[in-house]
Every structure is written in structure tokens, then in C-alpha cells.
Ligand binder design. Structure first.
Ligand code: SAM
Length: 303
């Protein structure tokens, strides 16, 4: 296993190499379908161009890296970095299935992005939900800024607060009626909602030496069950419940619980989702920040 950066990411590295990483692999197609509107907004903002070098941070199962590879074309290059071996293995297999051995469209790298010395520098650094897990975000983003050419751009998508993400808050509320709440954690502790405070992220980026920092809300309705085929509301509810029990804080809360508790949780989630089922789909809101920043073009910015 790879080395974590000094202020340690070891816990997250273990987390993403364990059951959670394997679950993201199993659920890759569903996650990509559910996140599709958010991914489209991220890629539109990133606007990768033919011939560019792109770096995908926390690339996971490779979805955005593979799109980047299409956009930058054979004259460009994509480096996709992640700490999760199972997710990278899956990404590699997808790339091989899509492109054969003819030309590797993406260079996959198992590395802690907060500390790895990326070279040569990139024109574009992109991340879909892969940058909220650093133990020391200020140091991590200083490192990532050095991974960009002068004038290179950073575009990243991060979750706003849990309460602004009913697709998480609704099932979580149901599960919390069945299991005790987790130990309270600092709101900025590494995790999916660590970048919910846009002001804090903007300060981290500024401290890391980025310029042109901007944040904009990015909202979407996520179809968490029943998309892509004719289904009844009942089928869609079952599908949404299975999916939402397996991702994010709900899965963490249910880890190691007894079968009976999980069955109660499952029933509670299904009932909580019922008001959101209509026309064979279950749809819930999601709220993200789209952050943009630029690596300064001025000389002496390599610090
Ligand atoms: C929520 S997942 C997102 C994965 C992928 N970008 C996607 O949208 O499907 C977060 C990803 O960040 C990765 N990650 C966490 N800490 C990291 C680090 N220090 N360096 C590189 N990747 C990291 C995890 O392994 C995981 O693949």
C-alpha cells in the first residue's frame, strides 16, 4: 500500500481500500447514472480542450478521467490519481474494455494526491468529489497548485451541507430513528461534507497560492431509483432504498449492525422515500459547490 502524507491520510486510505472502495466499484454504474447531471455541470465548467494535459484527483472508478481522455484526444494526456486500489483496478478494466490495448487513454496512478509530486504540470486539474478527504487541506492544495502549469485551472465539485442534500438527509433521518447517532465530528473533518463551507475552501485555495477563486452553487435533482427503464413506483422505491443504504453516511451508520436493525432501517428508509416516488422514479435534491481557481501565471509562483 502507498505511503500517506505526513499529516496522515492513513485512515482515509484504509477506508477507500476496504469495503467502501469495493462498494463504489459494485455501484459504479448506478453512481454515474445518479450523478450524471452534476458531472455534466463539472465538465462544462472545466471545458477540457484537445491537446491539454489533465489531472483527475481522486478519480475513483475512472468516469471523469475517461471523459477527459475523450476531450483532450490523442494529442493530450490524462493522469488519474487515487488512493483506492480496488477503484483504480476497476477504472483500468473499464478503460481496457472500452479501448483495448491499442492506446491507454489514461495513465492511472495509485498515489496520495496531497503529497505526490506530479510532473509534468497539467493545464487542468479536475475532481468530482475527490478532494474532501485530505487531513491537511492547506498542504494538499499547495501541492496540487504545483501540479498545474502557470495559468492552469482547477475545477472541482464538492458537496454542500448534508441538510442541502435531501438525497442524503432523507434516508439518514430514517436510519437515525433506528440506530444511535454517530460520535459528533468537527464539520470540517475529512469526509464528504468537509467542503460545505465555501468561504473556508476559498481561504484554503488562496493560502495555497491560487488566484481567480470562485464558487458557485450547483444543484440537481438526482434520480436515485427507477431511471432507465419502465418501472412502477414500488420497483423504483426498492431500487432507491437498496442504493441509498449502500452509500455515504447511512452505510457507515449501519456497518456492523444486526440483521434485525438493518431490516428496520431498510423499512424506515423505504417509507421516508415514498413521498418522492412518482411516475416510476424516486427523485431527490442535491446541492454542491463548483469551485474554480487558477494557478498564478506570474513568475515566482512555484513556491
Ligand atoms: C467520493 S469518491 C469519488 C470518486 C470519483 N471521483 C467519482 O466521482 O466517482 C472519493 C475518492 O477520493 C479518493 N481519495 C481520498 N483521499 C485521497 C487522496 N489523499 N489522494 C487521492 N485520492 C484520494 C478515494 O479513494 C475515492 O476514490
Amino acid at each position: 500500500m502507498i505511503q500517506a502524507s505526513p499529516r496522515t491520510n492513513a485512515e482515509q486510505i484504509e477506508y477507500w481500500n476496504g469495503e467502501v472502495g469495493r462498494r463504489w466499484v459494485r455501484r459504479q454504474e448506478t453512481l454515474d447514472r445518479v450523478f450524471a447531471p452534476l458531472t455534466a455541470a463539472l465538465l462544462e465548467r472545466a471545458a477540457p480542450r484537445p491537446g491539454e494535459r489533465a489531472l483527475d484527483v481522486g478519480c475513483g472508478c475512472g468516469t471523469t478521467a475517461l471523459v477527459l481522455a475523450e476531450r483532450v484526444g490523442t494529442a493530450g494526456h490524462v493522469l488519474a490519481a487515487d488512493v483506492s486500489r480496488p477503484m483504480l483496478d476497476h477504472a483500468r478494466a473499464r478503460a481496457a474494455a472500452a479501448h483495448g490495448e491499442a492506446r491507454a487513454p489514461v495513465e492511472w496512478l495509485e498515489a496520495d494526491a496531497s503529497a505526490h509530486r506530479f510532473a509534468p504540470p497539467a493545464d487542468l486539474l479536475l475532481s468530482r468529489f475527490g478532494v474532501m478527504f485530505f487531513a491537511d487541506p492547506a498542504a494538499a492544495f499547495a501541492n496540487l497548485r504545483r501540479a498545474l502549469k502557470p495559468g492552469g485551472r482547477l475545477v472541482m465539485l464538492c458537496w454542500r451541507a448534508r441538510e442541502e442534500n435531501p438525497w442524503v438527509a432523507v434516508p439518514l433521518g430514517a436510519v437515525l430513528r433506528v440506530v444511535p447517532p454517530p460520535e459528533p465530528a468537527a464539520p470540517d473533518a475529512p469526509g464528504p461534507f468537509a467542503f460545505a463551507d465555501a468561504g473556508r475552501v476559498e481561504r484554503i485555495l488562496a493560502e495555497a497560492g491560487f488566484g481567480g477563486i470562485a464558487s458557485e452553487p450547483c444543484d440537481a435533482r438526482l434520480v436515485v431509483g427507477g431511471e432507465g427503464r419502465d418501472s412502477s413506483d414500488g420497483d423504483a422505491l426498492e431500487e432507491a432504498t437498496e442504493f441509498l443504504l449502500e452509500v455515504g453516511p447511512v452505510a457507515a451508520l449501519l456497518k456492523g449492525t444486526e440483521a434485525e436493525t438493518r431490516e428496520h432501517a431498510r423499512a424506515g428508509v423505504l417509507e421516508a422515500l415514498r413521498p418522492y416516488a412518482r411516475e416510476g422514479r424516486v427523485e431527490l435534491g442535491a446541492g454542491c459547490w463548483l469551485f474554480r481557481a487558477v494557478s498564478p501565471a506570474a513568475p515566482g509562483a512555484s513556491g
